[in-house]
Write a protein that binds this ligand. Structure first.
Ligand SMILES: Cc1ncc(COP(=O)(O)O)c(C=O)c1O
Length: 372
């Protein structure tokens, strides 16, 4: 492997960098918000896919982390991360076996369930292995992706409580469809409406099941909204740590146009690879290094912030000059805020950690490609 350069703009591109000071500040702000409201924080590792970054969140006060998939949980658990909540159902025999293997080593792992058949399969598998598994009932608050429908929630609760190797530990509700509503007042209304339905369910289950103590939910877009719901016990926010263009483009309480609560810690470095046109240059970051959907990536390099990025195929992007301004010369390294952080990060092997313009570390993206 090529030697890591000390100076950020000497890194080979395209590559991802994380500004450590901004990252630490984002982590501290979210932790302080949770602490002030008396809530726990279990950040979602699906965003950064990096056990080293997860450990930073734990050091700052998080009680554990979330994982989207069993394979992510395996890597986190191997790295010594405890308090993992798998936020999607684990349904096949193969995956349940992998979950049981983690559980044997780490009894703090938990998983959500959203269907009686899944409850029975998990129960059979855990009982056969003499294991006991804590589960959260995943309730659909309108996203429709996973989660039991409200009218079937109590029936599912009964299946869980009759499963001898499972313990109902709580409720999960993730309102993914409201997270990026641009208007803060509209987002607040939408989130409170659906999360309060989940809160009512949690109250109901908690009354009957002593073990049911967790109500986990919220994303970055609604962290300061959902935190006001008294029943919510923990936040499972993800993007706030590194941020992206999609989130930065929505309003928050103190700014109707911009998400100013957290700053972009994650940027992508790209090099100008071809300059044969008067109105644009070609850069070396395309679809294989920058996920397409979400917000438009934007340039932060001073002097070039007016350039507009457009995808230009698998390997390339186009930086277009808006109003006859200057184009960067061949070989210039430019810094971009990415469109959507999670799937962009999944395209790289490591983060280069920077302080100012100095490269101070390199963290493997060890959950990269773990989509099973
Ligand atoms: C179930 C679940 N919880 C939490 C999150 C974190 O959301 P965000 O990145 O908006 O903070 C996600 C992200 O998609 C998710 O799918």
């Amino acid at each position: 492997m090529a030697k890591t350069r000390d100076y950020k703009y000497e890194l080979d591109t395209p590559c991802l960098t994380i500004d450590i000071d901004i990252l630490e500040k984002n982590i501290a702000i979210m932790q302080a918000a949770a602490d002030a409201a008396g809530k726990n924080l279990r950040p979602h590792a699906k965003t950064h896919k990096c056990s080293q970054l997860a450990k930073k969140q734990l050091e700052a006060g998080a009680i554990g982390v979330c994982a989207a998939k069993v394979s992510e949980a395996e890597v986190l658990a191997d790295a010594g991360v405890q308090g993992i909540l798998i936020t999607g159902p684990v349904v096949t025999a193969q995956k349940i076996e992998r979950l049981a293997t983690i559980l044997k080593k780490d009894s703090t792992i938990r998983v959500v369930v959203d269907h009686p058949e899944n409850v029975h399969r998990l129960d059979d598998a855990m009982r056969g292995r003499r294991l006991s598994l804590d589960v959260l009932l995943d309730t659909d608050v309108g996203l429709g992706r996973t989660g039991v429908l409200p009218e079937s929630a109590l029936e599912l609760r009964d299946h869980i409580t009759h499963a001898s190797s499972l313990r109902l530990k709580g409720v999960q509700a993730y309102a993914g469809f409201v997270q990026h509503i641009p208007s803060y007042p509209e987002r607040k209304k939408a989130s409170l409406e659906c999360m309060q339905r989940a809160a009512a369910l949690f109250r109901n289950l908690k009354e009957k099941e002593r073990t049911c103590t967790i109500f986990s939910g919220a994303g970055t877009g609604t962290y300061d909204i959902d935190i006001q719901i008294p029943e919510l016990t923990e936040l499972q926010v993800g993007s706030y740590a590194v941020m992206d263009a999609e989130y930065l483009n929505i309003g928050v309480k103190d700014d109707p146009a911009r998400f100013v609560d957290f700053q972009p810690a994650l940027t992508l470095l790209t090099t100008v690879a071809s300059v044969n046109h008067p109105e644009f240059v070609t850069v070396d970051a395309g679809l294989k290094s920058l996920y397409r959907h979400g917000g438009s990536p934007f340039v932060t390099t001073p002097g070039f912030t007016d350039l507009r990025y457009e995808w230009f195929g698998d390997e390339y992007g186009k930086l277009i000059c808006k109003d006859g301004g200057d184009l960067p010369p061949l070989g210039t390294v430019l810094e971009l805020v990415t469109s959507h952080c999670d799937p962009t990060i999944n395209l790289f092997d490591c983060f280069y950690i920077t302080r100012g313009e100095k490269v101070v570390d390199r963290w493997p993206i060890d959950l990269r490609g773990k989509s099973q």
